[in-house]
Write a protein that binds this ligand. Structure first.
Ligand code: SDX
Length: 466
């Protein structure tokens, strides 16, 4: 029983309507993959007094090992210092592995290339949550559970009406998702694995409805309700682009493209928004509040907001003749301009998702007969940047956001919806990472320390003497 569970004790929840349909609990155990038997260690020497401290090394199943510094403060009275966590592991995890130098991305051991070409988003959701690919029956039951929980409590429609029509869809999504705990309180007892699973299924199932309705609300059209006869991605498209006055025919090309885009955004290790979800969850906050926090973090232009920023950047550049000026600006430290969609904390090679997204962009635009000059501009910008020493030396390659906006724009989504779609797809990754954190018997509340550089204690001075 983790520390978290001991503190929270058992919260008795009401019987839950989808308890009996949710399948067996996830078996995403990870203890068997961390090698704690290793004798490898590092010795830290204090050169001032010659004292030495031994720090054990922990090895994972693949990728860099870690130096376990948990005892460092007790041994040395000092903290480690790593703003932005460029060299710090916050957890062990068995969900997603990224090799930034090789441009490798694995979900539960399966490559993103295989999943994007051979799997579908529902199967990828099952894989992330349960840790294994489903058999036929398991997949059917999972899809059935998700399909039958896409509706929202009708009172939630009033939440949308509280926003201005010109509210950014991400602002609406943060608010509505955070409010879900007020409606689905019977799946907020985080000490109950069954309730955690029900909350996860509800979030995966309802995010497309919430995302679609943020769009409908912003353009003044009526909400279109889910249709259980459609696939996850087809249903989403009909809720976004369908209208009550006529039947919506799902375009299979767009349906497949949407599904692949969701797969490419499903999870990505301990990125900023996932770490936000984990830290929020470490306090015992309910899953809906944690996912809402993740959505807020994803919104930033350095993170999930980059896809919207890429389109704005391409519109700002306007023509390929202007590219050299903007590449020069991106290199100028005094200029805040960055090449949006370029660079990544982990990938120092091509982001494998960007490669798949670029192929998809050509396919979708070709099949839709869309001749978007922004795609040509993006290709030209990519070539120029990839041959510029500044970008080559810093290993700045296009990331997942560089091409996604071009496809989404061609599919008819406004740029303000791009990060909403990212959040929709990433929800399965967030909630799976959250579940892994809750299940971790060593889990404690996340509470980083600091290097204090402010005033030492000083006497209070009365107003009259200031
Ligand atoms: C996502 O973490 C994830 O996994 C995120 C994500 C996911 O799936 O969850 O992959 C999704 O967020 C993708 C990233 C989307 N963001 C952008 O496209 C915004 C533009 N990119 C940059 O803001 C930046 O590259 C980051 C934020 C993505 C990464 O920043 P880092 O790792 O902190 O790198 P850095 O800022 O320290 O940059 C290293 C150098 C610096 O120059 P020097 O100080 O060495 O001279 O590269 C330069 C930076 O100035 N640099 C850029 C640049 N990105 C980095 N210069 C120009 N244009 C850029 N885009």
């Amino acid at each position: 029983m983790s520390v978290l569970h001991k503190i929270l004790g058992n919260i008795v929840g009401r019987k839950n309507p989808i308890a009996d349909t949710a399948q067996a609990l996830p078996n995403n155990t990870k203890e068997d993959s961390m090698d704690t038997s290793t004798t490898q260690s590092f010795t830290l020497r204090n050169n001032e007094d010659g004292s030495e401290f031994t720090l054990p090394v922990l090895k994972g199943s693949v990728g860099p090992s870690v130096i376990d510094v948990r005892a460092l403060y007790k041994q040395t009275g000092m903290f480690t210092y790593d703003p932005g966590f460029t060299s710090t592991g916050s957890t062990d995890s068995a969900i997603t592995y990224i090799d930034g130098d090789q441009g490798i991305l694995l979900h539960r051991g399966y490559s993103i290339e295989d999943l994007a070409s051979k799997s579908d988003f529902m199967e990828t959701c099952y894989l992330l949550w349960y840790g294994e690919l489903p058999n036929k029956q398991q997949k059917e039951e999972f899809v059935n559970t998700v399909t039958n929980h896409t509706m929202l409590h009708d009172q939630i429609t009033y939440f949308f009406r509280g926003f201005r029509r010109d509210a950014h869809p991400m602002a609406i999504m943060v608010g509505v998702v955070g409010a879900l705990s007020a409606f689905y309180h019977d799946s907020t007892d985080i000490t109950d694995p069954k309730q955690r699973q029900i909350a996860a299924m509800r979030l995966i199932a309802k995010m497309p409805t919430i995302a679609a309705w943020t769009y409908k609300y912003s353009i003044g059209q009526p909400f279109v309700y889910p249709k259980n006869s459609l696939s996850y991605s087809g249903n989403f498209l009909q809720m976004v682009f369908g209208v009550p006055t006529e039947d919506y025919v799902v375009n299979p090309i767009l349906e497949r493209a949407m599904d692949r885009i969701f797969i490419l955004h499903a999870d990505h290790e301990q990125n900023a928004s996932t770490s936000t979800v984990r830290i929020a969850g470490s306090s015992g906050a309910n899953p809906f509040a944690c996912i809402s926090a993740g959505i807020a973090s994803l919104w930033g232009p350095a993170h999930g907001g980059a896809n919207e920023a890429v389109l704005e950047m391409l519109e700002q550049i306007g023509h390929k003749d202007n590219i050299p000026e903007y590449v020069a600006r991106a290199k100028d430290k005094d200029d805040p301009f960055r090449l949006m969609g370029f660079g990544h904390r982990v990938y120092k090679n091509f982001d494998p998702r960007a490669k798949i997204m670029r192929e998809e962009a050509h396919k979708v635009l070709g099949e839709l007969g869309v001749n978007d000059p922004k795609l040509e501009l993006a290709m030209e910008l990519e070539q120029i940047a990839l041959n510029d020493p500044y970008f080559v030396e810093r290993k700045l390659y296009p990331n997942v956001d560089f091409y996604s906006g071009i496809i989404l724009s061609a599919m008819g989504f406004p740029t303000s919806m791009f990060t909403v779609l990212f959040a929709l797809a990433r929800t399965v990754g967030w909630i799976t990472q959250w579940e892994e954190m809750i299940e971790d018997p060593s889990q404690k509340i996340s509470r980083p320390r600091q290097l204090y550089v402010g005033h030492d204690q000083r006497p209070y001075t009365d107003l009259a003497s200031r």
